[in-house]
Design a protein around this ligand. Structure first.
Ligand SMILES: N[C@@H](CCC(=O)N[C@@H](CS)C(=O)NCC(=O)O)C(=O)O
Length: 384
């Protein structure tokens, strides 16, 4: 990251020196003053330009002007973001061609609204995917819906509402209800996800406990949580059918170019489609078997917006889109090796736990057998 906060003292000294030099020269010769004055003005202007002072609470004080700093979740080997809202913002940034950096905070921060994603732009926090996109659209003049007529805009609004307030909750229900399966489905390694060296078995236990406890309450509050699994599954299938019908055989929902609706649809369908095939997920199977146009859409968006998708999932690099100096490349490679070692370490711990469980089971069984023998002895004594 480039340091943008310039040293004002040095700059002021430079200006003073330049001015003194020019004054000296002007005493001797008065010609070329206009040219020289322009140079002075330029240097003075650069020194007088206000040094960006990070506002209080800014998480990334060494920001570069007009670069969007995105705070989201860590990568996983199956999907670049397990949050449809975060994936929506990153996809939008890429499609709009706006310079951005992900802040690799390992879930340390949340917005003032208590959620992810949020961004910082010139030191200012903007939270919530919809408000982020609205603000960036205004500030950078990049409206991806600019070609839509009023009717299309209304349809887009209604469809986005359906996806984010209904389909997303069908998927959230699955993520919360089957946390273990979800972890496997996205190949989440909590050590890497949270950036800690605590053993995964302990992290899994606490994270799942908290995630489930909070999640189940949210599902109830939303309303989806009161239905049976079969009913929820059907609700999801209904939404997929609507999306598939609306898309038809067009490459994108409103024609040849993607708009905000394509971004939201992609960010949410990806959560279903990229669940690892090793894991059972009926909605994913239904999507693949029945809606080949939606599958085509997900892949089209992935290729267009994330040509580095596979690379990201392999390296878990938050900023694969940014060219790195050679020294950092090496660091990424050694991090890869570290991750591999961590994985192997986890397997050893998991195997050990399994073995310990077997030993415990054997001890319990032996205890039961001993008890049985003792009771039999007692019984035979009594009968004698
Ligand atoms: N309306 C928000 C929703 C964001 C949201 O629900 N984020 C979730 C992750 S997908 C989150 O941060 N959850 C943590 C929490 O609510 O405590 C948006 O569009 O950004």
């Amino acid at each position: 990251m480039t340091e943008t906060v310039t040293n004002t003292n040095d700059a002021t000294a430079d200006v003073k020196e330049t001015k003194d030099q020019i004054n000296e020269n002007s005493k001797e010769e008065t010609k070329d003053t206009t040219e020289t004055q322009t140079a002075v003005n330029e240097v003075a202007a650069s020194a007088a330009a206000p040094t960006p002072v990070a506002p209080k609470g800014c998480r990334n004080p060494h920001y570069e002007k007009d670069i969007v700093y995105l705070f989201q979740f860590s990568r996983t080997p199956a999907i670049v973001s397990v949050s449809p809202f975060c994936l929506k913002v990153e996809t939008w940034l890429r499609l709009a061609g706006i310079k951005y950096e992900n802040v690799d905070h390992k879930m340390k921060y949340k917005s003032k609204k208590g959620q992810l994603p949020f961004i910082e732009l010139n030191g200012e926090e903007i939270a919530d995917s919809t408000f982020i996109i609205k603000e960036l659209c205004l500030r950078f003049g990049k409206d991806l819906d600019s070609t839509l007529d009023n009717n299309q805009k209304n349809i887009s609004h209604a469809m986005i509402s359906m996806i984010e307030n209904h389909l997303l909750w069908v998927v959230n229900w699955w993520k919360i209800k089957y946390t273990d399966v979800m972890f496997k489905g996205y190949k989440i390694n909590l050590q890497n996800f949270l950036g800690t060296r605590f053993p995964n078995s302990i992290l899994n236990f606490f994270f799942k406990y908290k995630y489930r406890r909070v999640g189940l309450k949210k599902l109830k509050a939303h309303g989806i949580g009161v239905h049976t699994p079969e009913e929820i599954d059907q609700l999801g299938k209904n939404d997929l059918k609507v999306l598939s019908d609306m898309l038809g055989d067009k490459p994108y929902f409103f024609g040849d170019e993607p708009t905000n609706l394509d971004i939201v649809a992609f960010a949410n369908l990806a959560q279903i489609y990229f669940v690892d095939k090793e894991v059972e997920y009926s909605l994913r199977d239904y999507l693949i078997e029945n809606f080949s146009n939606l599958v085509g859409h997900v892949n089209r968006m992935k290729e267009r917006c994330f040509p580095d998708w596979d690379d990201i999932c392999k390296t878990l690099d938050m900023n694969a889109h940014i060219q790195k100096p050679a020294s950092e490349e090496k660091e990424v490679k050694s991090k890869d090796e570290e991750k591999k070692a961590e994985k192997e370490g986890d397997k050893i711990v998991d195997d050990k736990i399994e073995k310990e469980k077997d030993v415990d089971k054997e001890i319990d069984e032996n205890k039961d057998k001993d008890k049985e023998k003792d009771t039999n002895k007692e019984d035979s004594k009594d009968s004698k």
